[in-house]
Design a protein around this ligand. Structure first.
Ligand code: N2P
Length: 436
C-alpha cells in the first residue's frame, strides 16, 4: 500500500469511527487487518459488490495492526466491536480456546456464490485442523494469506551458505545491517529451533514440541541468544524492513516470505539483488485467517467480506500488490502464479491438488514439500504468553532504556543549569539597578 494511501486510509478510518456511533450498525463493517495486507481499491470494490449482492449499503471502516498480540488485546480486554479480524494461527487457537470467535454460517450467503468453498486447498484445511485438536478451526476461520519465516538477504554481501543458518543473525560480519521482525513468537520459534538443532537431529525433541516449549529454561536460552544478536541489529521492524532491504540499508532480515517476495521484486527494479531462504535447521510456517469475533455487530457483512476476499480475482490482486501467498487453492490462483520463464517446476500437489505435480511457481511463496516438512505451526501458550512478551521487551528495551534515562537526565540537568544561570542574571541586573 502506498504511504499516501495509507495515511488517507487511517484518516478516513478515524473520521468514520467518530461518526459511526450515530449510524445504523447494519450499514457499517469494521474490518481489522494487518497493515500492508490488501490491494488498493479492494475495500471500495467490496462496498459496491455488497450492494449488488444484497441491495444493502455498507460502509467499511478499515483499521490496521502490526502485532498479533496488540490486536488480540483490543478484543480480549477491550471488547472492541470489530466485525472481522485477521489473526495468525496461534492467536486463532487462543481465540477458540477462550470462546472469542463465532462459528461461520455459510448459509447466510444466500444465493451469492460461495467463493470460500471454491478456494479450498487440502493443505490449508489440514493445517487449520491442526490449529486446535479439539475444535476444527475450519468451522470458525478462513485462511487469507500464508507463508514461512526465513532470511531475506542481499546477495552482494551475503552468500546463500551464510543465510542458510539462523546463526546469521548474530554473525558479526553483518553487524549494524541486520533487521529483526518485531514479532516475538516468529523470532522465538526459529531461535529455539536453532538452539535445539542437535536434539532435533537425534530425535529427542520434535519441531512440534518446540512450538509448545515455553519453559523457563528455553525462554532464558532464547533471551540470552537474542542479547547476543542485539548489538548487530539496526531495527526491530513490523513493516518497514522490506523497504530498508531494497535500499541497501540492511543486508540481512529475519522476515516473512511475503515481505521477502515484495522486497525482492522492488529491489530488482532498482538493481539490488535480494534472495530468501528458509534456514536448514527448520522454521515456522504461519497462516493468517479471517474470524468473526464474538463482539462483532455485523456478522452478515463480515461473512460477505470473507467470501469476497476468497474470490479468485481479489485473491490474485491482493497477492500481486502485497507479495503474500494467497491461501486460496482455486485453479485461477495457480494459473496466475505460473511463470515458466522465471521458475523451475516444483511439486505443489500438496497445495493445489494432483494437477500441480510440476508447476513453475515462485518457491519463496509456495515452497516445495521438503521445505514445508522442516517447518512447524506455532501454538498458543496460554498464560505463558506474558512471559514471552516481557522477555521480548527486556531484550528490545534494555539498551534503549539506559540511553533514554541518560537523555532525560541530561535534559533535566540542562534545564536546571539554564534556570540557575537565568535567575542569577536577573538577580545581578536587579542589584546593579539598585546600586544605580
Ligand atoms: C503484512 C503482515 C503479514 C503478517 N504487513 C504475517 N503473519
Amino acid at each position: 500500500m502506498k504511504k499516501t494511501f495509507k495515511v488517507l486510509a487511517i484518516t478516513a478510518a478515524l473520521l468514520a469511527a467518530v461518526t459511526v456511533s450515530a449510524k445504523d450498525r447494519n450499514t457499517v463493517l469494521k474490518v481489522y487487518n494487518w497493515s500492508d495486507y490488501i490491494a488498493e481499491g479492494v475495500v471500495d470494490d467490496f462496498e459496491k459488490w455488497y450492494f449488488e449482492q444484497t441491495g444493502e449499503k455498507i460502509e467499511v471502516i478499515y483499521m490496521t495492526f502490526d502485532v498479533n498480540e496488540s490486536m488480540l488485546s483490543k478484543i480480549e480486554n477491550g471488547h472492541e466491536d470489530y466485525d472481522v479480524v485477521c489473526p495468525s494461527d496461534y492467536i486463532i487457537e487462543r481465540m477458540l480456546n477462550n470462546k472469542l470467535i463465532l462459528p461461520l454460517d455459510f448459509s447466510a450467503l444466500g444465493s451469492t456464490p460461495n467463493y470460500i468453498e471454491q478456494c479450498k486447498s487440502p493443505y490449508i484445511e489440514n493445517m487449520f485442523r491442526q490449529i486446535n485438536p479439539e475444535i476444527d478451526a475450519n468451522e470458525y476461520s478462513v485462511a487469507y494469506m500464508w507463508g514461512t519465516t526465513g532470511i531475506l538477504y542481499n546477495t552482494e554481501f551475503v552468500t546463500a551458505d551464510e543465510a542458510s543458518t539462523w546463526d546469521i543473525i548474530r554473525n558479526p560480519k553483518f553487524a549494524g545491517k541486520i533487521l529483526i521482525k518485531d514479532a516475538p513468537r516468529d523470532v522465538y520459534g526459529p531461535v529455539l529451533i536453532y538452539l535445539k538443532q542437535e536434539e532435533l537431529k537425534n530425535g529427542t525433541v520434535t519441531l512440534q514440541d518446540l512450538m509448545m516449549d515455553s519453559s523457563e529454561e528455553s525462554l532464558a536460552a532464547v533471551k540470552d541468544y537474542l542479547l547476543q544478536v542485539k548489538p548487530g541489529v539496526c531495527g526491530w521492524e513490523a513493516d518497514l524492513g522490506k523497504e530498508q532491504m531494497t535500499k541497501n540499508r540492511a543486508y540481512v532480515s529475519l522476515n516473512w516470505s511475503g515481505d521477502a517476495k515484495w522486497a525482492m521484486e522492488e529491489a530488482a527494479s532498482v538493481g539490488v539483488n535480494l534472495d530468501y531462504i528458509v534456514p536448514e535447521e527448520g522454521s515456522t510456517v504461519w497462516f493468517d485467517g479471517w474470524v468473526i469475533p464474538k463482539y462483532a455487530q455485523n456478522t452478515k457483512a463480515a461473512l460477505y467480506w470473507i467470501n469476497f476476499m476468497c474470490r479468485p480475482d481479489i485473491a490474485i490482486r491482493n497477492f500481486e500488490e502485497m507479495g503474500y501467498a494467497p491461501s486460496c487453492g482455486a485453479p485461477e490462483v495457480l494459473e496466475a502464479m505460473i511463470d515458466e520463464e522465471e521458475y523451475e517446476p516444483i511439486d505443489l500437489s500438496y497445495f493445489f491438488g494432483e494437477d500441480a505435480k510440476a508447476v513453475c511457481v515462485d518457491p519463496v511463496l509456495f515452497p516445495d514439500k521438503s521445505v514445508i516438512d522442516r517447518c512447524a505451526l506455532e501454538h498458543d501458550w496460554g498464560q505463558d504468553t506474558e512471559k514471552l512478551l516481557s522477555m521480548w521487551q527486556d531484550v528490545k528495551g534494555s539498551r534503549a532504556g539506559v540511553v533514554t534515562y541518560i537523555v532525560i537526565a541530561l535534559v533535566v540537568l540542562a534545564a536546571a543549569v539554564y534556570f540557575v544561570v537565568k535567575s542569577s542574571g536577573k538577580r545581578s541586573r536587579k542589584s546593579s539597578r539598585k546600586r544605580r
